[in-house]
Design a protein around this ligand. Structure first.
Ligand code: SAM
Length: 280
């Protein structure tokens, strides 16, 4: 896709600087009120503008759908676009049937005409399976697991699936852990550039949640059509071992009393998830 078109559309969707003004269209605010979720209104406007700029022979891919807020925003007015959404219904104590039912209900109410393919399972497994996605990905939104390895793999595993020019939007990008993963990845993979950093100074900003970064990928040669041996090794670690650890941790976590759970979360994630930092 021609990624510059997205940035023109984003500029037109705001009355001033997107960093510090609300989107012109009140729809994004309305959707944020109607669908429980973790993305901010300005992020919703950007996702929608990105999807609108896709040519018909490319698809939109989202990892981390939760109850569908970001996906429902992306599909509005984009009925001709093919959307893939990957969700493993693991985080936030989401237990199977309930979470799925809430997402399905939101999709039926607010994305009924859209061409949405919901893929249930682990993103790092599904994205590496040949044939799961039927066309090049022109827009990719990552809002899944937020460890250093997950954010590195979020770019590594999608690279072979991307169109020759593609836009990659990453949520929670003001977190140190995300920026560190991007630096590690970009050092080893040519063709990538961070082109916008809509950062926040505090957590859970109503416009930008925990910050969104836009990266552009341009394929220059045959490289990036398959995973390197190192990246495949990391992917296997994530899908075989780390996935089991995550599942056990979420299962254990949901059984703990709320105050204990909150204390544990604060202890384990607070440093990595602090915003506004570059921790070289
Ligand atoms: C922050 S939420 C997504 C929020 C959503 N985009 C919104 O707009 O509200 C992150 C989601 O990613 C899912 N997730 C985390 N790791 C994943 C993985 N490896 N594969 C698939 N889904 C994953 C979690 O179950 C969770 O629902």
């Amino acid at each position: 896709m021609q990624t510059s078109r997205v940035f023109d559309a984003v500029a037109a969707a705001f009355p001033g600087d997107p960093q510090s003004t609300d989107p012109i269209d009140p729809l994004w605010q309305r959707l944020a009120e109607e669908v429980e979720g973790f993305t901010g209104t300005n992020e919703l406007a950007v996702l929608n503008a990105a999807a609108a700029a896709l040519p018909d022979d490319e698809a939109y891919l989202e990892v981390g759908t939760f109850k569908g807020r970001s996906l429902v925003a992306a599909v509005q007015g984009n009925e001709r676009t093919r959307f893939y959404a990957i969700e493993n219904f693991l985080e936030f104590g989401m237990t199977g049937q309930d979470a799925r039912a809430e997402l399905q209900d939101n999709l039926e109410r607010l994305a009924g005409d859209a061409d949405v393919h919901l893929l249930e399972g682990d993103a790092f497994t599904l994205m590496a399976q040949p044939g799961v996605i039927d066309r090049p990905i022109g827009v990719y939104f990552y809002d899944g697991d937020h460890t250093l390895l997950a954010h590195y793999l979020a770019l590594a595993v999608v690279e072979p699936l991307l169109a020759d020019e593609a836009l990659v939007l990453v949520d929670d990008a003001s977190w140190k852990v995300v920026q560190r993963a991007h630096r590690l990845f970009l050092r080893r993979h040519p063709g990538w550039k961070v082109v916008r950093t809509w950062d926040v100074t505090g957590a859970d900003d109503l416009r930008w949640a925990n910050g969104m970064h836009a990266l552009v990928f341009r394929r220059s040669d045959a490289r990036g059509r398959s995973l390197s041996r190192t990246d495949e090794g990391l992917r296997r670690y994530q899908t075989v071992l780390q996935d089991k650890i995550n599942k056990a941790a979420w299962k254990f976590g949901t059984r703990l009393p709320a105050p204990v759970k909150q204390g544990l979360v604060r202890l384990t994630v607070s440093r990595a998830r602090s915003v506004g930092g570059d921790d070289h």
